[in-house]
Design a protein around this ligand. Structure first.
Ligand SMILES: NC(=O)c1ccc[n+]([C@@H]2O[C@H](COP(=O)([O-])OP(=O)(O)OC[C@H]3O[C@@H](n4cnc5c(N)ncnc54)[C@H](O)[C@@H]3O)[C@@H](O)[C@H]2O)c1
Length: 330
């Protein structure tokens, strides 16, 4: 199978690459390395089944050829991470909306009909309610001073674009509302909580919990997520559907910090930082984000393989290896 991964040098994208390379598929990555890294795909650089183009999906002249080569497209490219979203409010909207539109338009024009998986996000649920989030719920986001919701707005626009290309042109698209995926290669510097806590705990620095820590999240290991993506792609009934993808176990951010400190056997202390200090004035956090996975598990059969503790242990081991590597080099 020919697999195109936009954003394939990023965190989730590079795990999709590994998944398909392990299956002997031909994989083509296009990524402008905004938040992605060549290190994430370096192991395939000499593999004849693999091709990488450092390019921006907004302007890359060969995007039409790349999409018409593919049997399956994972559209993962996007401006991601809360700090990047606040820092680059216009880029978020431009890349995430215009980039997706360009990918879909070239697929339509190619006359070829690959299966497309588009990355949306649980952020589209905004601050909505305290209950478990299902795909039928009305989406509400409120404009605010620091553009935090531009990312959600861009993903809502992508969802609408995706559904309109299904309806109008018969494209085969599934929209993935991804909930807090974690794992190896995720970076903390753009605001992702787990890599930040792991790095702080392993280096015995204070672990910085934003807000009072009672807010909850539901984390899913990326190695489970990519299998679920593949299973959705294989089911024609997922075509034209918006589907939550994640894990429905919930943990408070305070408990997460404590768990990471305990598993790392770290002397780190927890320090609370106000949202204002962390993200700037007027920031609104989401209290709870737990997916309803009924629709997902109607479409696929899959038992999640990775517990939060296992994922954390793997990440701690990886961070320790990185730190001792750094010390040797230094
Ligand atoms: N990680 C999560 O928990 C999560 C949750 C919800 C949704 N998502 C979505 O999944 C996708 C992948 O996210 P991720 O966590 O791997 O983030 P990531 O930042 O690691 O990956 C995004 C990739 O897109 C690339 N990119 C950005 N702009 C581009 C452009 N114009 N042209 C080409 N490449 C470009 C980046 O360089 C990066 O490699 C994103 O669309 C994101 O919105 C992720």
């Amino acid at each position: 199978m020919h697999v195109l991964v936009t954003g394939g040098a990023g965190f989730i994208g590079s795990h999709i690459v590994t998944y398909h390379m392990d299956r002997g598929d031909n994989v083509h990555v296009v990524d402008n390395l905004l938040t992605g890294s060549l290190d994430n795909i370096a192991q395939y650089s000499d593999n004849s089944n693999f091709r990488f183009d450092e390019a921006d999906i907004l302007i890359w002249p060969d995007l039409d050829k790349a999409v018409s080569w593919a049997d399956r497209i994972y559209h993962m490219a996007g401006v991601v991470g809360i700090f990047k979203v606040i820092e680059e409010p216009t880029r978020v909207l431009a890349t995430n909306i215009a980039g997706s539109e360009r990918v879909l338009r070239f697929v339509r024009d190619s006359g070829w009909n690959p299966v497309i998986l588009m990355a949306s996000s649980s952020e589209v649920y905004g601050t909505s309610g305290r209950s478990t989030l299902d795909e039928e719920r009305t989406l509400v986001v409120t404009p605010d001073v620091n553009s935090r919701w531009n990312y959600a707005i861009s993903k809502m626009a992508d969802e609408a674009l995706g559904l309109s290309f299904v309806q109008k042109y018969g494209l085969r698209i599934s929209i993935l509302r991804i909930f807090n995926v974690i794992g190896s290669r995720q970076m903390g510097q753009y605001g992702m909580v787990v890599p930040r806590f792991i790095q702080q705990a392993v280096s015995s620095e204070p672990v910085t919990v934003y807000g009072d820590g009672t807010q909850t999240r539901s984390f899913c290991d990326v190695r489970d997520a990519v299998v679920m993506f593949d299973k959705l792609a294989e089911n024609p009934s997922a075509n034209g559907q918006i589907v939550n993808v994640g894990k429905d176990e919930e943990i408070s951010i305070q408990a997460l910090a404590e768990l990471i400190i305990e598993r790392a056997n770290s002397s780190s202390k927890i320090v609370h930082v106000s949202y204002e200090d962390a993200y700037g004035e007027g920031f609104v956090d989401v209290r709870r984000r737990k997916p309803d996975l009924k629709k997902l598990f109607k479409l696929i059969k899959y038992k999640l393989q990775w517990s939060l503790e296992r994922t954390i242990d793997d990440l701690i081991a990886e961070q320790r290896a990185k730190s001792s590597e750094g010390k040797k080099e230094g």
